[in-house]
Ligand binder design. Sequence first.
Ligand code: COA
Ligand code: MG
Length: 300
Amino acid sequence: MVQHKCTRWAIDLASWHPTLPQLAQAVAVIQSEECERLMKFVFLDDFLSSLVGRLLMRKFVSAHSDVDYKDVRFARDARGKPYWLQAEDKCRKQLSFNVSHQGKFVLLAGISSETEMGAADAAPTTNTTSKVGVGVDVMKIEYSGGKNLADFFRIMKRKFSDSEWRYIRHPQHNEADQVKAFMRHWCLKEAYVKELGVGITVDLQKISFTVDTTRELDVVTSPLTGTTLRCNDLPENDFHFEEHLLQPKYCAAIAFKNYKPEFGKFEFLNIEQLLVATEKASDVEIVEYCRKALNKRRKA
Ligand code: COA
Ligand code: MG
């Protein structure tokens, strides 16, 4: 018997203006190759979002394993999807997680799966087809592309199926409704391909969502959980989707593979919950690195 537990965490970075010691605490636990990657961001906002994504992954793994926050190690697969480098002798626990950041939000969705004591011996063969997985995406609900919306939709035509366009461009939808419907579909597609780990290399028009229309997607009553998916015109029944509205202008979607969690909302964490004091934070190189990062420009 495998027990699953779902985690949904959100961080709103709008009011975080990191001090040098705070940033040093954060950076001190990040692997060197990731520090190199982070430094390539032009804007401080992107640097911080990506950094906080790494911290969320670290908090998730340490919360669901006996590995200390500072000692968690991650790698990336060939397409860049991060995974936990788990010690082989701790294989009773399986952790799936995924991070997304856009605008001021950074999200993590995770599943912790544990085989109950004795069950592994009773059923030594693992059914790989029922392996759980998760993908998450967050989008700001705004259109700032310059062109008028109809022209933008024309450019995006091949990214959505005919039935998805019928919903997005529903005659009763005004422009704001259309942008919201567009972003909701985009989020769902991203969450799905992020679970697969393939990035946007698939034909998005063949991935067709029917959103849950039993209720409006709003902050108080979300998530909506009745969304369905057809791939290449066949129902995709191994997946379960959640659509969240974090704030009126931010939607998020989670794709769960082989797992339907109990109804639940994102838990909002604050940045202090991701910072731990370490001696390494006072290393000269770390402090210099953080000084350089804090000199990056903010987005307008
Ligand atoms: N699948 C799932 N998650 C991935 C991923 C992948 N292939 N690659 C990275 N991620 C995770 C990381 O945690 C990443 O955070 P980071 O950039 O700070 O490291 C996070 O997802 C980014 O997600 P999000 O903030 O939602 O970004 P996005 O909306 O731009 O979408 C991808 C992310 C991965 C879907 C998108 O960048 C993409 O299409 N990448 C193409 C990857 C690919 O296939 N490359 C081909 C190489 S052979
Ligand atoms: Mg995204």
